[in-house]
Design a protein. Sequence first.
Lengths: 487, 487, 487, 487
Amino acid sequence: MADYDIVIRGGTVGSSAGTFEADVGITGDTVVALGRNLGAGKRNIDAKGKLVLPGGVDAHAHIEQLSGMGVMGADNFESATGAAALGGTTTVVCFAAQHKGKSLTKVVEDYHVLAKRGAIIDYAMHMILADPNARVLKEELPALVKSGHSSIKLFMTYEHTKVDDEQLLDTLVAARENRALVCVHAENNGMISWMGRRLVERGYRDPRFHGPHHPRLCETEAIYRLAAFSELIDQPVIVYHVSTAEGAKVIREARGRGVKMFAETCTQYLTLTVDDLVKPGLEGAKWVCSPPLRLQSDQEALWHALEIGDLQFVSSDHAPYRFDATGKLRAGPEPSFKEIANGMPGLELRLPLLFDAMVSKGRYGIEQFVEWTATAPARMYGLSPRKGQITIGSDADICIWDPKRRTTISDAGVHDNTGYTPYAGRTIEGWPVTVLRRGEIIADDGKVKASAGSGAFLPRDPGEAAKPTGRLSPEFDETRNFGAKLY
Amino acid sequence: MADYDIVIRGGTVGSSAGTFEADVGITGDTVVALGRNLGAGKRNIDAKGKLVLPGGVDAHAHIEQLSGMGVMGADNFESATGAAALGGTTTVVCFAAQHKGKSLTKVVEDYHVLAKRGAIIDYAMHMILADPNARVLKEELPALVKSGHSSIKLFMTYEHTKVDDEQLLDTLVAARENRALVCVHAENNGMISWMGRRLVERGYRDPRFHGPHHPRLCETEAIYRLAAFSELIDQPVIVYHVSTAEGAKVIREARGRGVKMFAETCTQYLTLTVDDLVKPGLEGAKWVCSPPLRLQSDQEALWHALEIGDLQFVSSDHAPYRFDATGKLRAGPEPSFKEIANGMPGLELRLPLLFDAMVSKGRYGIEQFVEWTATAPARMYGLSPRKGQITIGSDADICIWDPKRRTTISDAGVHDNTGYTPYAGRTIEGWPVTVLRRGEIIADDGKVKASAGSGAFLPRDPGEAAKPTGRLSPEFDETRNFGAKLY
Amino acid sequence: MADYDIVIRGGTVGSSAGTFEADVGITGDTVVALGRNLGAGKRNIDAKGKLVLPGGVDAHAHIEQLSGMGVMGADNFESATGAAALGGTTTVVCFAAQHKGKSLTKVVEDYHVLAKRGAIIDYAMHMILADPNARVLKEELPALVKSGHSSIKLFMTYEHTKVDDEQLLDTLVAARENRALVCVHAENNGMISWMGRRLVERGYRDPRFHGPHHPRLCETEAIYRLAAFSELIDQPVIVYHVSTAEGAKVIREARGRGVKMFAETCTQYLTLTVDDLVKPGLEGAKWVCSPPLRLQSDQEALWHALEIGDLQFVSSDHAPYRFDATGKLRAGPEPSFKEIANGMPGLELRLPLLFDAMVSKGRYGIEQFVEWTATAPARMYGLSPRKGQITIGSDADICIWDPKRRTTISDAGVHDNTGYTPYAGRTIEGWPVTVLRRGEIIADDGKVKASAGSGAFLPRDPGEAAKPTGRLSPEFDETRNFGAKLY
Amino acid sequence: MADYDIVIRGGTVGSSAGTFEADVGITGDTVVALGRNLGAGKRNIDAKGKLVLPGGVDAHAHIEQLSGMGVMGADNFESATGAAALGGTTTVVCFAAQHKGKSLTKVVEDYHVLAKRGAIIDYAMHMILADPNARVLKEELPALVKSGHSSIKLFMTYEHTKVDDEQLLDTLVAARENRALVCVHAENNGMISWMGRRLVERGYRDPRFHGPHHPRLCETEAIYRLAAFSELIDQPVIVYHVSTAEGAKVIREARGRGVKMFAETCTQYLTLTVDDLVKPGLEGAKWVCSPPLRLQSDQEALWHALEIGDLQFVSSDHAPYRFDATGKLRAGPEPSFKEIANGMPGLELRLPLLFDAMVSKGRYGIEQFVEWTATAPARMYGLSPRKGQITIGSDADICIWDPKRRTTISDAGVHDNTGYTPYAGRTIEGWPVTVLRRGEIIADDGKVKASAGSGAFLPRDPGEAAKPTGRLSPEFDETRNFGAKLY
């Protein structure tokens, strides 16, 4: 009689604390044993010479969503999460994106319908608040957080979704009172809008001008401002997609003076540069994302910031727009850079690209790869210990990596609906050949094996990251906090 | 026959470089000689045992002006500049304050009428731009700068006068193109508005809550943001009325990384603290100004910042509102702190208070006193060499100080129209007993001796401070500057 | 038939990534299984309601060693490691302390004899180089590093052990070439010596003057200097026993600019303050250690530095001197503070004190406790994955904690040979009631259960921390590195 | 009858506060009048179209001195100060250089003999303390400071002159007690010595290796350490010859946190770069000075540091060694870089080179030129108001500049005894055509007009710079200062 439903045998198991040789015993959804020579499994998977790593956690992906610029993404949940599964990602935190005037509750319900129908991997949801009015914050937010939507996303830029400083403060206090985390797209809207206007007025229209459109300073400024708000309210925040050395430095300084600020960067800021925007015609549009791609020296700074803990993890910011009139070029055949949809696909290739850059290239160990792509985002967002690590009781979300498999990336070879990949032509080493989600093989040798809708919603308590420092009194009562240095 | 119209004999002349014994020979408006045993004057003034210092230059005073909160100041030009003269100030830079929708040219003309009618000391004008639209910036600004109004003031807060980030950028570029200087009231409007709303909602209404109303962080945030804008455009800026240690630090860091940022603080931030707001009833309203009074430790930090050059000079921010229904209490008998007019008088006592704090108390020398209250503001704002120093060819704006005269300040003893002074009860040492403006005695032994309208307008080229660093190309053409680290 | 030698059943296992419910299966020395309902053990230990945590790794303890001041420690390996075991520490990194003129090889051999005879827990050795001459570095060091002594300790102060700047550079290069880690006691020797001389000359002799004897600045200065050396050579360093907020800040800044600098603090700097030195008579001598105890605000700064990763772990710096003529007072009955032996015991109580301060008081989670006291020091010093975590293949070094047991600390209740504890009188919550080392119970319910000499030497490859950044060429050839910004 | 001995008519007088049109009236040694159309002079000098500027104050020049490396400088007082006069410098602060074991009093007396015999311009003396033992500090220093030698120079490097940390602290306290200023050559001796040894061992001997011989970090480290000592003792210091961007930044940070630290840079660090060392054969030896020449980016950083006040003035560090066996090459025909005498001539060309770089090139105004080359060094070193400005009562030390005269520098065209100039081949604009020292023309149209020995000693009270911050009690009694954050 079998002791386990599945035993993955003979592999090297990786965690953020190191690697070790062990079999992994799975029963039902769950890892129930790790050990040498575990007893029999109903199914036994040979992992000799392979790495057995936690499934990736991608904490930042736009799926089946209308963007802040009003463009519909190319993926639905099935296409997005199928591609994710093929690339080793078994958990995604996507968005329930409110637009102005909408009921947040309704928005969340609507996204649940979409996700439930299509998701192949497990999912949690950040709620995008484009309209954080008193009703939303007082009447809707508490129940939604309680039901497991414990993180809020705000935009400091984009015409249709941005919040102003007072709304940001209102939301931070509401998050504090409900113990939710706040994630922020931090770029100075005025600077972007002003620069875009000037560039177009002067006839600078092609995609390469998306770089100066979002000057480096728009990131540093917004992060600094956000840190000031976070400090005022004593509410932790996570900065999304840090792209510049200076941005990382502002975060470092804020953390140094006690602000509870966390941050991610994304695959593209570690592996692409602004030079990719310089292409004939509109081709560069494929590399238009916000913040824009930056310099080689920024890549170095961002790796260093991850190493010393100023940034904690790496997401994809998957934002898939086809290179046609439904997506990138929806504004007509000759759009200015301002009209090109912002974003690029990333769910599928995040892990393989980072494995190659980090592990195969010898720059970092398995520990950092697992930490930055799975363990840390799970911990930050309240998904631990179910997700992000292979440990007793955790969900059996496991990738079996062939560390030596070489893959040449091509537009034809990727599986989401975007129709192109910004990494076409690269050859990388290392691939997650078999992927399990809650004990079920969902991808194997390049094929999706699970059905749409088999992914499950992950209600979350807020992660450790959401805890205030306690410097201010819990109720944020101004008189109690009078003595604090803030006033 | 006399060699000079006036000779001030036997005094110790002070400059920002030191002191020396010399007679001062004046002919007409002008200092024409400095020397030992100068020849005869038609009039000879004995200054033995006295200090002969340049008349004060107060670069920040609101006169006959409707405030950003919509309250009319208590002073007209005659009362304000008469009081200034009695306190040793012979030059003032006041404001031509545009309100939204108004022609800036008309606004400037109107203020000229008022100033011409009333001014007893010489005056220049900053133009407050509350509505920096394209017409104002393109059609009006160039001529106004050319006619000598070479500095622009912007507010980042106050409902009726604040500009947003794009307007700030528009104005910085316009200033750059016209070689004007930009001065900024830098506080984060959203933070103030949000905090004010919350405090009042919770019933915290009395004047002491003006402190938390403007949290310290609202200053640091806004200065940092301003520095980012200044760096983006390569346009120098002057930060008004720095009140916190952290604000001074942000300026220091900006200067250190090459941002051309200058700054003043004001008498009140060096000599009063937030404890002054804590008074029975509404009495604290007299000490309500913005930014609010801060801590003793901030005073120390601001002195230090002046010493090491992060701040360059000290102004009064004279903003006189009577403690009655015309001013401080115009919102009725029980206003919340939000409704109390912001500001306090300062033109008259700036020099005596600083002389006492700096020179009489032995903390600094005459050099710093002269530098921070006269030479530096004159230099920064393009008034040198006419104003701010006693040198050959400069205007004969001279104060004869009795360094030992002791004065106890009282509400009855001050001369503007405010009706009170926030310094009542202090005894200070040192007083400018005789004051000359362009060779004319305008104040002597506590009496104004010149007539309303005898002050003259001072058209200015922009000061040295207005020069960009040259890091970017002069025309701020985005393509030329593409290589700069800004993008 | 039993599946395992031992099964610890029903406890909550803790790691630096979280906690989970699992049985722990041990065979021989090793953890071979983690799982739900593991099979039978020959011995089964009930851990219901208990925490099952990795044995502590104390990476900084002086055992059976003549100090830099020439005083023999009170403990031999048996007494020190027995006490350690009772407090839950199963691995210690002690010192092989060279004195000037001695063969390092001989020194290491001698310490091995002592350790082999007495050690109850496992041990690795740092080599203290008091005389890093060319012979030691070229002829002795390579073989010693190869045989598993992969870390070097240097003193920047103490008359008999300190190295000068050139010796420090020589040692850093030798460490780089042999891939060893360098740990440093970083205090400015001149400042200490000078201040000590002056204080005694002025008659300030009692123990409380040990504080000013080592001014705060002596730590910041030395850390900054060390960072400069580390940067020059591109050789990682670990700063020992950081005691001040400023020291932590210097480390943060160095890390931020790319210096590969790591750091520990010690139990006493997190739990005691300089006020403990102020006692009648010589009593304060018990709290004399170097660096000296600091302020409450330093404690806060050090916790924060641990949180944000500037410091990575907490050691004891166990340095046991009896409060009598053999130790603290060996210089006679009326020693000045300069003559009091520096150090305090800490091996036994490090874990219980930190558990209480961190976990019982609710300030941090089990994750941080395990990370800072076991996982991180093991990783930093090349003891992973054998030590510092409970994972498959790791040594079965395990503490079973009763998180609720309350203990009042007393001199009589501690077990090393020091004769006193600086924490007498405190009541703490949480205690490691049963302790296993390589699958053997070595302490149980306050009794040592293993024999002297049962501890094993742990040869080490250098940890991840010893890897240079690669900024300079591997061979540190000046011409190759000419282009680097260092010259 | 003449009113004045000399009247300089019709020129543009310059000061650190600006320029003005005025005649300058001189009687005896002294400026007695400034004015329009001054009365008759016995002698009248036409300065129409010319600039009338204060004579330069060079606060750092080695004259007739045995260097720290044991080489005798090429100049005696006559040759050095004659050359200085021709270049517009009328005041020099040279050194009385103690060697180990010597009486400081005797040293000072000896230098007075030399200076009195040869000096053509006025001179003050810094005392170099190579042996600051108790006798020197207690018995000799007080009288020497009282007799006008109010500044002390210390070396942190150079075998024969360097002091260790304790000696540095002893000297800082002695300076504090005697109100003297301390100037420091701040480079880390160990780093230099170590690097020199390694380079030579590896066969890197030619002059270009003088760059890596003194790594950039040796400057930053030493300045940081010096700042720590200055802060500990609350004694101001002046850092000599800052050469790197990082060095300037360390100073900025020290000043920002309240350390009273001042600094100079030298002509060569603003106008030459390390590329000048790369010459065929030994030619590069001419450009060997310490600190070594650095990068173009350092020049920019140093100008910026002067602008924002982190550095206060520019000296020459005149250290003249002939390019022959008496000087640069005294160690034989094939010296390694370590044996090449460190230094270059600079007294004559400091002002013309800086005038050209600053004023003729349009980068700065006359104000900064005067401030950085005359007014500031005079003020810092207690020579104000006699020296460094043209004001009533000041010494009539005046240069009449032809701002348009173009000069091509050549070895043959310079006038000291060095035999070469590091600037040969440059063409510069602006030259001081006539130079007065205390009312006497000492140089005119390229000819020295005054006799050896006509220069006078300038006893000095310490400048403003020597005043402690007062943070600590005046007597530096450790118990009184116990509360300060230092301990």
